[in-house]
Each structure stands twice: as structure tokens, then as C-alpha cells.
Design a protein around this ligand. Structure first.
Ligand code: FMN
Length: 317
């Protein structure tokens, strides 16, 4: 399915990017799954129509309550979460949440989670028959659940299998989201590319922990959680840079991006697009501010098309 988003303003830098599988988005800035809800919560504060794409909170086949609280704790320059993929299930998502996006000219990408290969496939099958879904992001990287997710994303053979099976049953563009909690992320990236992934996004959160020294107990009920926010940006940037060199499908950078300068760094190392996550909790307009900041930088530096800028890192210092 090819979706061309609305045309660029001829007086402004060209911002449209092709993020794989024929999906062209009007600018390279999208929301990271789980940090923008299902969009509606942010509508009073953020002009959703400005975004390149929204990636919604992960959906599974059946509703999930997630992990018991406490499941969020702030850390220096970031946060730990162990939400455990709370969501209403794919059918309720389609009935009650997806219609909200009809009013916008943006791509809607649904983040998919399954505990088993069969569950991933069932969710994908349902979404593939649904109008208003323009792409899928397959979460094989959630560190906060006992089954599924990261179990697929840390084993190259399982990452291959889930990608291959999903590609066999959908015509939607498939982005596979990778975990940083591996020895060599490039091995997993190559595996999902070989299985037919249209694009790769990285990184999901880094597994971490925090202890309450008064009670000598973990802050999170789940004990461990996923670290996100500015603290992880250098790690995410390094991994995106490595993966871009090893695959030829589009790579979408995510991790700790809070401003336009961060987004530009990811694009210089070769990210075709970026996702904004934890920054939305601090500034609900973060995505729009980042789009404006990228455009300003391009105008000041006489860059007329974002595609001329992506991957222009000079490695020698
Ligand atoms: C509260 C919370 C919920 C998240 N839920 C999901 C999810 O459902 N699916 C997913 O693939 N990633 C999820 N993530 C990971 C983010 O999409 C993103 O990969 C990560 O937070 C790193 O980006 P950031 O530092 O910009 O937040 C979640 C992150 C947070 C903080």
C-alpha cells in the first residue's frame, strides 16, 4: 500500500521521507509507541496534523491490564517504566481509538505485541483488514513482560521467524522494533532484514533498576524496568549508526530525543526518521517543536530537501 502524505510547501525545505514498504510520510518526526497514548490525550496540546506519523501504544489480541504499580519511577535524565503493555486489545482499539485519527492527514502506525508467534499473526491479520492503518511496528523488544516481546527480539532466529511470518500475511509496511538489550544489535537487524522487514526502528528501552534505600526495596513492583529519556540517547545514537551501516532498509531512530538538535544527530548518522518518546511527558508539544527546529536548521543551512541531509556524517575528525 502506498500512502503519499500531503505536499510540501514550495517555500520550505522538502521534509517528506520514504520509511519503507512504500510508506511516505510528510516529515520525519513521529511519536514513539507508548508515550503518546492513542493520540486523543495529546490533541488539546499538540497539533497532531503536523506530525509525520503517530505510532500508537502497543496492542495485543486480548486486553491486558499490564503490571501492578508502582510501574514508573524517575531517574537522573530519564525514567524507568514497567507498564507491561497495558492495552484494550486490538478489537476495542479498532472500534474505539482508531476512528479518532480519521480527521488527520498523518500516517497511523500500529505497534503490535504478542506473547506467541500465533498471537502476533492474529493481531496483524486483524489490522491488515482495517481501514485507517497505514503501517505496523512489530514490538519484539519489550523488556517488561514475562512472555513474548523481547524473547523474540534477542534471538536472531526467532526475530527472523516472526518477521517472515508477518510479512507473509500482510501488505502493510512492516517496521521491526529492536531492543538494545543484546550483545550485537546488528545481528538481529540483519536477520529481520533478511526476513523481509521493510524498516527497522531502534531502540526500545534499556533494562534497568532502582532501589529505595529507606525500605531497601525496588522502586518498581516488577523490580526491573525499561530506561528511557535523555540518558539513553548516546547509546541509541551509537546503535542507529551501527545498524545503518549494516542494512539497506530504512532505519528509524528512537531514544532520548528531546529537541531538534538530537533529531538532527540521528538523521546525520543515517536515520530516515525519528521517534519522540519520553520527551512528550515533559513537553506535550515536543514533536511539533522538533519539526519546527529541524526546518529552521535546514533553512539556516540552505538544505532544501531532508533526503540530502540524511546520512551525511563525516566520520574523520
Ligand atoms: C511509558 C512507556 C511505554 C512504552 N510502551 C511501548 C510500547 O507499547 N511498545 C513499544 O514498542 N515501545 C514502548 N515504549 C518504548 C518507546 O517507544 C521508546 O522506544 C523508548 O521509550 C525510547 O525512546 P525515548 O527515550 O524517546 O522515550 C514505551 C516507553 C515508555 C516510556
Amino acid at each position: 500500500m502506498i500512502r503519499k502524505m500531503n505536499l510540501n510547501d514550495p517555500c520550505k525545505p522538502k521534509m517528506a521521507v520514504n520509511i519503507g514498504g512504500g510508506l511516505i510520510i510528510k516529515n520525519p518526526v513521529m511519536t514513539a509507541s507508548g508515550t503518546f497514548g492513542y493520540g486523543e490525550e495529546y490533541a488539546p496540546y499538540c497539533d497532531i496534523n503536523r506530525l509525520g506519523a503517530v505510532i500508537v501504544k502497543g496492542v495485543s489480541l486480548e486486553p491486558r491490564a499490564g503490571n501492578p504499580p508502582p510501574r514508573i519511577i524517575e531517574t537522573p535524565c530519564g525514567m524507568l517504566n514497567a507498564i507491561g503493555l497495558e492495552n484494550p486489545g486490538v478489537k476495542i482499539f479498532i472500534k474505539e481509538r482508531l476512528p479518532f485519527f480519521k480527521q488527520f492527514d498523518i500516517a497511523v502506525i500500529v505497534n503490535v505485541f504478542g506473547e506467541t508467534l500465533d498471537e502476533y499473526k492474529q493481531v496483524v491479520e486483524i489490522l491488515s483488514d482495517t481501514e485507517g492503518v497505514h503501517g505496523l511496528e512489530i514490538n519484539i523488544s519489550c523488556p517488561n513482560v514475562k512472555k513474548g516481546g523481547i524473547v523474540f527480539g534477542t534471538d536472531p532466529d526467532m526475530a527472523y521467524e516472526v518477521t517472515k511470518e508477518i510479512k507473509g500475511i500482510t501488505d502493510l509496511p512492516v517496521i521491526v522494533k529492536l531492543t538494545p538489550n543484546v550483545t550485537d544489535v546488528c545481528v538481529i537487524a540483519e536477520s529481520v532484514q533478511e526476513a523481509g522487514a521493510d524498516a527497522i526502528s531502534l531502540i526500545n528501552t534499556l533494562t534497568g533498576m532502582s532501589v529505595d534505600i529507606e525500605q531497601r526495596k525496588p522502586h518498581l513492583k516488577n523490580i526491573t524496568g525499561g530506561l528511557s529519556g535523555p540518558a539513553i540517547k548516546p547509546v541509541a545514537l551509537r546503535m542507529v549508526w551501527q545498524v545503518v551501516k549494516r542494512v539497506n532498509i530504512p532505519v528509524i531512530g528512537v531514544g532520548g530525543i528531546t529537541g531538534a538538535r538530537d533529531a538532527l544527530e540521528f538523521m546525520i548518522v543515517g536515520a530516515r526518521a525519528v521517534q519522540i518518546g519520553t520527551a512528550n511527558f515533559i513537553n506535550p508539544c515536543a514533536t511539533v517543536d522538533i519539526i519546527d527546529g529541524i526546518e529552521d536548521y535546514f533553512e539556516k543551512n540552505n538544505i532544501t530537501d531532508v533526503n540530502e541531509f540524511i546520512g551525511t556524517l563525516h566520520e574523520e575528525r
